[in-house]
Each structure stands twice: as structure tokens, then as C-alpha cells.
Write a protein of this length. Structure first.
Length: 215
């Protein structure tokens, strides 16, 4: 065997398999995206089975996002179901200028914000009725983070996120739990990427301050 023949790709089966696997994954993703566009088009024209297929494709991610934002399975289930009701109504007006999943995430964030507003209003009314001064706490969000080095740090991180206001919690969840790009976060929250950078900076500072002062 010559040196040149030893260095050819055919003599590295592991490399070939990896390359083939990547190619197959890209092909599969392309097929899913193409099929998704067909379902979106058909669902926009009123085809219910096509919309049900879109739900099946995205419902788990939307439920998990709602769960992280609301911290309650029952609330998250109700919210995620409502997300698809709202999406179905708005689908004829959907403009494919970004990912369909990003559009759904935007609807989900707005739906969860509605929950926070209702909860805050109820708490404020109750405290007023009892003549209590109150500080409205943010809804706890149970967010597992595999990067936490220890179980205690994970619990501490979860608690810290739960103490943040909704607008600060949501940007950290979108950027670091959902791993969305700044551009996708901007589409969901309807603001500029520069604003996203500012929100992330402020939210991280607040979380860091809480972390450093927690007993």
C-alpha cells in the first residue's frame, strides 16, 4: 500500500459513514421542511388534517416552552393548546418570512404573558382586598439545565429563574434553553437584535446578582 493510497477517504470507513450520516440527516431535514411548507399551504386553505400534522410536528416543543415559562404542567397544557387554536385562526395571514416554529414560539410567549398578567391581577386584587402591601412574584419556571455542574446548582438556577420578572426570564429561556439565535429571539419578541442583546445582558446581570446574594 502506498502512502497516497493510505490517505484516500476509501481507507477511512468511519469518516465515510459519518459523512453519509450527515448527508442523510440533511436530506431528511430537507424533506421535512418541504413537507411542512405543503402542510402550511394546505392548512391555510382550510385543510384540517394538514394542520393536525403541523401540530404533531411542533406540539412537544411548544408545550415544553410553555412549561418552562409557566412552571405548571396544567397551565402549560392549556396554554400550548391555546397556541395552536390561535395559530389556526391566524394561519391564513401567516407570512413565511421566517421559520414556522419561530412564529409559533412568538404566539406561545404572548400566550404565557397573558397568564402572568392574569395571575398578577388576581394577586393584586386579593392583596388590596386584604389591605396588604405586596410584591408580585414572578411565576416559578422549572427549567432543567444539563450544564449545571451539580444538582444543588441546578436547583439554585431554577430558583433564580423563578425569581426573575417574566420579560427577563423569557429571554434567558429563549436564548439559552431553547438555544435560539438573537435573530430568532428578535422575531419572537418583536424587537431588534440590538434590543435582544440588551435584554440578555440585563437578565444575566439580575440573575448573577440574585445568585451572588442567595444564602
Amino acid at each position: 500500500m502506498t502512502a497516497s493510497s493510505a490517505s484516500t477517504p476509501n481507507n477511512h470507513p468511519d469518516l465515510d459513514l459519518s459523512t453519509d450520516a450527515c448527508a442523510r440527516e440533511e436530506d431528511s431535514q430537507g424533506i421535512v421542511e418541504t413537507q411542512e411548507l405543503r402542510w402550511i399551504s394546505a392548512a391555510g386553505d382550510g385543510d384540517i388534517p394538514s394542520f393536525e400534522k403541523l401540530m404533531a410536528l411542533h406540539e412537544d416543543r411548544i408545550f415544553q416552552l410553555c412549561l418552562r415559562l409557566l412552571g405548571c404542567r396544567e397551565d402549560a397544557l392549556e396554554a400550548s393548546q391555546d397556541v395552536f387554536v390561535r395559530a389556526h385562526r391566524a394561519l391564513p395571514r401567516y407570512q413565511a418570512c421566517g421559520k414556522f416554529s419561530t412564529w409559533l414560539c412568538h404566539i406561545a410567549v404572548n400566550r404565557c404573558r397573558d397568564n402572568w398578567k392574569r395571575a398578577s391581577s388576581r394577586l393584586a386584587s386579593l392583596c388590596d382586598a386584604l389591605h396588604l402591601t405586596h410584591r408580585i412574584p414572578a411565576c416559578r419556571a422549572q427549567i432543567p439545565d444539563d450544564r449545571a455542574e451539580t444538582r444543588d446548582d441546578l436547583a439554585k438556577l431554577e430558583s433564580g429563574l423563578g425569581h426573575l420578572l417574566g420579560k427577563h426570564r423569557e429571554i434567558l429561556i429563549l436564548a439559552f434553553v431553547e438555544n435560539l439565535t438573537h435573530s430568532e429571539c428578535a422575531q419572537i419578541l418583536k424587537c431588534s437584535e440590538r434590543a435582544i442583546e440588551g435584554r440578555i445582558y440585563r437578565a444575566r446581570k439580575l440573575l448573577q446578582t440574585w445568585w451572588d446574594h442567595r444564602p
